[in-house]
Design a protein around this ligand. Structure first.
Ligand SMILES: Nc1ncnc2c1ncn2[C@@H]1O[C@H](COP(=O)(O)OP(=O)(O)OP(=O)(O)O)[C@@H](O)[C@H]1O
Length: 351
């Protein structure tokens, strides 16, 4: 059943009113003179309290721009949300002025980045940085804020928190800085945490520890997480629902089971095939990469944006005016592929 693009309610929420509803989000960048590109093009998804939605896709697919749009952190000289809606707890974020948005960031919605130094200030101690967040948002005294900082460092598993609270970021290892950043992001118990590739820069053991830590904190604090990654392998471990993005658009979304057990979009299957540790067997059982590269936003292919890289593409995928809509392949499972009814992928999970 094809859905008109503007009505496609991605990854159907079980709640009457989701915690966060992103609908038809469009974010545009000025790329010189009067030239604009649409880095996020009609993206919709819901996030319910306590759940994890993963946004996946190769570099340049629009994952980070989606999250920066929600956070109100686009570079203000070049990027702008040009249409759509982002409702957090019923409040339209686009209606908020910068000061009101500052009050929400850190308090109701927080973000952690791949590189901790993006959010940690090298010239202040970790304790001071966490304290500033809780003093700003909760009006705690300096003494109470320091106690909260120590408590948060302990919560994220930093040893000797009463000593570490006075460390500067450079006195900590990469893994510990990552933990400190998480402590800072969670210090006001936000309802939503956006984690943008939070484990990519870490070695495998620390990666696993960080994922475990985030899930543990989610269980304790009940926050919802938007987990941004190019790694579908990680998604299988952390997500309840998955949004696959390509060239600024959602190309498939559904529950983690639907995406892993019955993917319908060749791009999603391509991402799966390029992950060694996923344990998914496909014909030939060989590791593959998706041929070609993500197209530049200034020169998108006609028809389906993925067709030049797709082994299943036919004329119907290439034609001007044949831009595929998001169709419901099953309840809560949406796919943007003109041929999804014709293609079957032989995906089985290994033991
Ligand atoms: N400041 C900017 N000015 C112009 N274009 C931008 C800017 N920031 C991002 N873009 C464009 O938006 C597109 C999406 O970028 P985005 O960072 O969201 O991708 P991503 O999927 O998060 O990739 P990565 O995994 O590398 O972070 C890019 O192709 C880029 O061309």
């Amino acid at each position: 059943m094809p859905l008109p693009r503007s009505e496609a309610p991605i990854t159907a929420s079980a709640h009457a009113r989701p915690l966060l509803r992103v609908k038809d989000l469009q974010t545009t960048f000025r790329v010189g003179g009067n030239k604009f590109v649409r880095a996020v093009d009609g993206v919709s998804f819901d996030l319910d309290p306590g759940e994890t939605v993963a946004i996946v896709g190769e570099s340049g697919s629009g994952k980070s721009v989606t999250s920066l749009s929600i956070m109100g952190l686009l570079p203000h000289d070049s990027g702008e949300v040009t249409s759509g809606s982002m409702r957090l707890d019923g409040q339209e974020l686009r209606d908020l002025n910068p000061e009101a948005m500052r009050r929400i960031r850190g308090k109701k919605i927080s973000m952690i980045f791949q590189e901790p130094m993006t959010s940690l200030n090298p010239v202040h101690t970790i304790g001071r940085q966490i304290s500033e967040v809780v003093i700003h948002h909760e009006g705690l005294s300096h003494r109470a804020a320091r106690a909260r900082a120590i408590e948060m460092l302990e919560l994220v598993g930093i040893p000797e928190p009463t000593r570490r609270v006075d460390n500067y970021p450079h006195q900590m290892s990469g893994g510990m800085r990552q933990r400190a950043m998480i402590a800072m992001a969670l210090s006001c118990e936000p309802a939503v945490l956006i984690a943008d590739e939070p484990t990519t820069a870490l070695d495998v053991t620390i990666q696993a520890q960080m994922l475990e830590l985030m899930q543990d904190l989610q269980d304790r604090m009940g926050m919802a997480i938007i987990f941004i990654t190019h790694d579908l392998g990680v998604v299988a471990e952390v997500a309840d629902r998955v949004v696959v993005m390509y060239a600024g658009e959602v190309v498939e979304s559904g529950t983690v089971h639907q995406i892993f057990e019955a993917p319908r979009m060749p791009y999603t299957v391509g991402l799966m095939n390029s992950i060694p540790r996923l344990g998914t067997k496909l014909p030939g059982n060989r590791l593959q990469t998706i041929r070609g590269t993500v197209p530049p936003l200034s020169n998108l292919p006609r028809g389906c944006r993925f067709h030049p890289r797709c082994d299943h593409a036919t004329d119907v995928c290439r034609g001007t005016g044949n831009h595929p809509s998001l169709d419901a392949a099953a309840p809560g499972h949406l796919v943007r592929c003109a041929r999804w009814k014709d293609i079957r992928f032989d995906v089985e999970e290994s033991a």
